[in-house]
Design a protein around this ligand. Structure first.
Ligand SMILES: Cc1cc2nc3c(=O)[nH]c(=O)nc-3n(C[C@H](O)[C@H](O)[C@H](O)COP(=O)(O)OP(=O)(O)OC[C@H]3O[C@@H](n4cnc5c(N)ncnc54)[C@H](O)[C@@H]3O)c2cc1C
Length: 468
């Protein structure tokens, strides 16, 4: 337990779950002068924002979230001086890279112009035409996109620019806008964060948003590990008068002390278990209908040195997308959507050694990666993930000192919210869930810190609409 709070007395607001979104909601309430307490099932706060020695002593690994663009881009995070809480955001030279066979690589650089310069002249012009205007209105776009979907736009022009592009599938967008493979693959790799088939409408939106933030805000990591962000959020909450009670799983709202409002940082299935009987019928039906998406298979490595990429590009970026060409990534994601395990999965990898020496003993390094797998998968994807890295960095396997793996079931044990980890479908489903009455405010975000703003908006609404 943190703060001077006794842990069970009456309060204005209770938040269930001390992930970044739950903490963001609690901070917003506390800043508005409400007494607020967060109950967290785990021994420490942070949810998906924790860091641990998963492999060997002295090797620190981010258990889930590791690259945190929204700590810079999210309007909520702009209200927190992370530096004053000892959080140092580290920006690699380039936000992300995408190696291709034959020693080639496409790189998303911080500058749109520099990115375009490395593509073919035709694709470079297209990249500038698409991302130049989006990056110029990135702040307005962030304000619009990190709010509940149904709202009166404050920046209609920014939305009007983004909307028509975002409606398309990532595949259609990449093939329609770019002529050559490097640009197509670069876009497909970032769009594949969606965990959806890339021929589905709207999947272009993921690539557009994430690439825009990569240009405008960068894709930073946190020196020493993401847990520092969770610590900062807890400190910010305590400074505003709120508290976190850890090791306290909430199984039923009947067990909660008197309060005026409860907010849930949990998924619909958990919400039904905890508060199902108390929910209005329509809300309950929405939660029951909620469809969970695919899962992830996660691998962390302790390494004997930096990853020996063949191409130069991936040496300059902390995030590397490994999946080859657009058709290859399309095929891998389609396999997952069909409930199968791709032989050559699309792999998202983060490496740290070059920028953050504090995560491993001198001369050693760590790496983090995951691939998408069907919901409920128990298949060990380690060899397939490592083969994709070895394909673009021969010699990687020889550097492995130790590894830690988490299949979807292990992820759910770690954090009950990860019914299927990084469940981006939760994000889309959240549009409905967020229409819950505010005495059962909820977030089901998987878009990491982005949705903090959405939950925060709900809380603010709860206050201003007189619910509290
Ligand atoms: C493998 C992986 C990699 C990721 N990488 C990134 C990344 O690089 N960048 C990024 O931005 N995002 C990333 N994400 C997503 C990010 O971790 C999540 O979006 C974020 O953690 C969601 O925050 P949240 O507060 O909504 O939920 P969570 O972080 O899941 O927090 C929910 C909290 O609620 C607690 N809880 C659940 N049920 C109860 C209960 N009944 N009673 C009490 N407490 C309860 C849980 O223990 C947990 O602490 C990744 C996720 C995964 C799984």
């Amino acid at each position: 337990m943190s703060g001077a709070d006794a842990g069970e007395g009456p309060v204005d607001a209770i938040v269930v779950g001390a992930g970044p979104n739950g903490l963001a909601a609690a901070i917003t309430l506390a800043r508005a002068g409400r007494s607020v307490r967060v109950y967290e099932a785990a021994p420490n706060a942070g949810g998906g924002t924790r860091t641990a020695e998963l492999t060997l002593p002295g090797f620190r690994h981010d258990v889930c979230s590791t690259i945190l663009p929204l700590t810079v881009a999210s309007p909520f995070f702009r209200t927190i001086d992370l530096g004053a809480h000892g959080v140092e955001l580290v920006h690699p030279e380039a936000p992300f890279a995408h190696p291709l066979d034959g020693g080639r690589a496409a790189v998303l650089e911080r500058s749109v112009k520099a990115t375009a310069a490395e593509l073919s002249p035709e694709d470079g012009r297209a990249w500038r035409r698409i991302f130049g205007p989006l990056v110029r209105s990135a702040d307005h776009l962030a304000e619009e996109l990190l709010r509940p979907v149904l709202h009166v736009p404050r920046h209609p022009l920014a939305l009007a620019r983004f909307g028509p592009l975002a409606l398309r599938s990532a595949d259609g967008f990449a093939r329609g806008r770019f002529a050559d493979e490097p640009a197509r693959a670069l876009f497909a790799g970032v769009a594949a964060h969606s965990m959806l088939r890339l021929d589905r409408p709207l999947t272009a939106s993921f690539g557009l948003v994430l690439a825009t933030f990569a240009h405008s805000a960068g894709w930073p990591m946190v020196r020493g590990g993401s847990a520092a962000v969770a610590d900062a959020l807890v400190a910010e909450l305590e400074a505003a008068g709120g508290s976190v009670v850890t090791n306290r799983r909430v199984d039923s709202i009947a067990d909660l002390p008197p309060r005026r409002v409860v907010l849930f940082d949990v998924t619909p299935r958990q919400l039904l278990a905890i508060a199902g009987d108390a929910l209005p019928r329509r809300t309950r039906r929405n939660a029951e209908r909620f469809r969970y998406g695919s899962g992830v298979f996660k691998v962390d490595w302790a390494l004997d040195g930096p990853i020996p990429w063949t191409a130069d590009g991936p040496r300059r970026a902390a995030t590397v997308h490994l999946g080859g060409t657009l058709p290859e990534i399309m095929a891998a994601e389609a396999e997952v959507a069909a409930g199968r395990h791709p032989e050559r999965p699309f792999v998202l990898l983060a490496q740290y050694q070059r920028w953050d020496g504090s995560r491993a003993p001198a001369g050693k390094g760590t790496a983090w990666a995951y691939c998408h797998v069907p919901a409920g998968s128990t298949v060990d994807m380690t060899a397939r993930v490592e083969a994709q890295i070895e394909r673009f960095a021969p010699g990687f396997l020889d550097l492995i000192l130790a590894r830690s793996t988490h299949a979807p079931a292990a992820m759910e044990t770690y954090d009950a919210n990860y019914v299927n980890p990084v469940d981006y479908l939760r994000w889309t489903g959240a549009f409905r869930i967020r229409t819950f009455p505010f005495h059962f405010g909820s977030t089901t975000s998987a878009q990491s810190f982005g949705a903090s703003a959405a939950l925060t908006a709900c809380v603010l609404y709860a206050i201003t609409s007189g619910v509290m």
